[in-house]
Ligand binder design. Structure first.
Ligand code: ADP
Ligand code: MG
Length: 571
């Protein structure tokens, strides 16, 4: 139960503001999150961490010298937007590029992935780095499908120290990959957590049982087992992790024993005593440990155990000086505060910095008309898209696409009226689409528009060749950001053949109208052809069977959008 609540809707923003006010030694507010309060060495690689809130001290507690340079605050258990992440990353950047590091959840992967695209388009070297420590969430041969649940404490500490040492972006990413691979976590839940304003917990665990393989967003555990003593629980966790020991790991570990929110420190110490004894019996040496609340899940009852199989470099970086509100080591150098006056605390206004060329402004005007038509088409198809998404997804695809198109259009109109060229107008539309639409598809459409915008530029006319290149850039972006493959039953299954058709038409000298009309036919047919497929990614995956016989909602909306473009180009 959460007792101290004002308006539940304000809870995430109020907790972020309160954290910042309480930690002036460590952080300063910026739109989307916070950055270090102290000056950093120019040119260092910056690491921004983040994700949903409700996990204290993850993630804000790790901002400070020697660890993270910035944090992005989401809502409780839900991903921040790409715009928020990009804002924090820009403020954290010291000129050496930015790594955005977070746990493996679809919403975070998409939004942070899109933020990286935006940053790169602005000339900032940026990369995502995804933590995958939860051994219960996928088998060992599918490491990249595992969730992140608590091992990020070690992963971020070690990676942050590598940034501080002045290592290059590639070297830092190598360190991240190594320490992430060597970090494994298993947890058990005794009781579920209750979201602020909710009547009851997200899940319950039957009396006398524990959920083994918990998640940190109210996921109950992969299976229930009998709840035994502290020794028994320690045994389950240690046995599970020793079975999942990475290759060539040695026998030295950094240990994290984490309380999920309502497990007492006393219980944690009793359990840690057993963990230490069991590791010793197994011939494993504990290099160092942290016992306490390291990643909570609001008021959930439970513990998780993480082992990072150390090598010399990991040990050195783990022990390097660090000063954050939650992790401190030794003495850090230089504690001069930044000048925070330049940090913007509000959402950036849509402004045109460089006006487009006259030719590109003509393209921009056509794009505004195109987005008007897209909005009209999404409104007309809203209920049908929602119906298709409801078979195995959550039924929000129509609503999301309408909200995305409304906001994209508003941004495009504003920027076109200010004299923006095609790139400025379409990139702005994508940013607001992603920010406001929500859902997986919102992030993906934001990425599509951002990439297409870059292909169009702010100076050139958009002949059929440029249009096809923009469509290809949009497809490449969604493949890269979403990571889906043809046959997974997503919008990709309509998008790939549509772009291939456009490219074939271009090669054979077709006009824009011919090319788009063919692409629309191809996309619509391909969308319908997804009906017999099983969804292999996205929210529909767990209920895949229910989707069979119905076309994928995102593929259908893609077909509608290609048809809309075709109608505009041809008409
Ligand atoms: P959510 O699934 O978050 O509720 P929407 O309902 O708006 O988002 O969109 C669902 C659609 O998103 C799916 O029908 C599918 O076409 C598309 N989608 C989901 N995951 C991916 C992905 N990884 N790559 C490409 N498209 C995806
Ligand atoms: Mg949906």
């Amino acid at each position: 139960m959460t007792y101290l609540v004002n308006d539940p809707a304000d809870f995430p923003a109020e907790l972020a503001d309160g954290f910042i006010a309480a930690n002036r030694r460590y952080v300063r507010k910026v739109f989307g999150g916070a950055v270090r309060a102290t000056k950093s060495r120019p040119g260092k690689v910056a690491m921004v961490v983040g994700g949903g809130t409700g996990h204290h001290p993850a993630f804000a507690g790790w901002v400070g010298q020697g660890m993270a340079d910035g944090v992005v605050f989401g809502n409780i258990f839900s991903s921040p937007s790409a715009g928020q992440a990009a804002s924090v990353a820009r403020a954290a950047n010291q000129g050496g590029g930015v790594i955005i590091a977070f746990g493996n959840y679809a919403g975070d992967v998409l939004h942070f992935g899109q933020a990286v695209e935006t940053l790169k388009a602005e000339g900032i070297n940026a990369s995502i780095a995804v933590v995958t420590d939860d051994i219960a969430s996928a088998p060992v041969d599918e490491l990249n499908k595992r969730r992140g649940i608590c091992g990020w404490v070690t992963v971020f500490k070690v990676t942050g120290a590598a940034c501080e040492e002045g290592r290059s972006m590639d070297e830092v990413l190598e360190v991240f990959a190594k320490v992430n691979y060597r970090t494994r976590t298993l947890g058990v839940a005794f009781s579920g957590c209750t979201l602020p304003g909710a009547d009851g917990p997200l899940f319950t665990v039957p009396d006398g049982k524990m959920g083994v393989g918990l998640g940190v967003h109210g996921e109950p555990g992969i299976y229930d087992a009998d709840l035994g003593s502290a020794n028994d629980v320690a045994q389950v966790l240690v046995d599970g992790l020793l079975k999942d020991k990475p290759d060539q790991a040695g026998d030295r570990v950094i240990v994290l024993l984490n309380g999920l929110g309502s497990t007492t420190y006393e219980e944690l110490f009793v359990t840690y005593g057993a963990v230490a004894r069991l590791l010793g019996e197994a011939g494993v040496t504990v290099v160092d440990c942290e016992v306490g609340e390291l990643t909570t899940s609001m008021d959930m009852g439970g513990v998780s155990l993480s082992l990072t199989w150390a090598d010399q470099e990991i040990e050195r970086l783990w022990n390097a000086p660090c000063d954050t509100s939650a992790v401190r080591r030794g003495a850090v150098e230089g504690t001069e505060f930044i000048d925070a006056a330049s940090l913007s605390q509000t959402a950036p206004a849509l402004t045109v910095t460089t006006p487009g060329s006259p030719q590109s402004r003509t393209v921009a005007a056509a794009l505004v008309l195109g987005l008007e038509s897209v909005l009209e088409a999404m409104r007309a198809n809203k209920d049908e898209l929602g119906r298709l998404d409801a078979f195995a997804g959550d039924g929000d695809h129509g609503v999301g696409m309408v909200r995305g198109a409304e906001n994209g259009l508003a941004a495009a109109r504003d920027l076109a009226a200010q004299g923006g060229g095609a790139q400025t107008v379409l990139a702005g539309a994508g940013a607001l689409w992603s920010e406001r639409a929500g859902g997986t598809s919102g992030a993906l459409w934001g990425g599509i528009l951002a990439a297409a915008a870059q292909a169009l530029g702010d100076n050139d006319p958009a002949d059929v060749g440029a249009q096809v290149r923009a469509a290809r850039a949009g497809l490449d972006a969604v493949l890269r950001i979403g990571g889906a493959h043809p046959g997974d039953k997503t919008m990709i299954d309509a998008f790939v053949p549509a772009v291939e058709a456009l490219e074939a038409q271009l090669a054979s000298g077709a006009s824009a109208a011919e090319a788009w009309s063919t692409a629309a036919d191809v996309a619509e047919a391909a969308a319908l052809a997804t009906a017999p497929m099983r969804p292999l990614v996205g929210r529909a995956r767990p209920l895949a069977e229910r989707s069979i016989g119905h076309p994928d909602a995102g593929a259908v909306s893609l077909g509608v959008i290609v048809r809309t473009i075709s109608d505009r180009v041809g008409g």
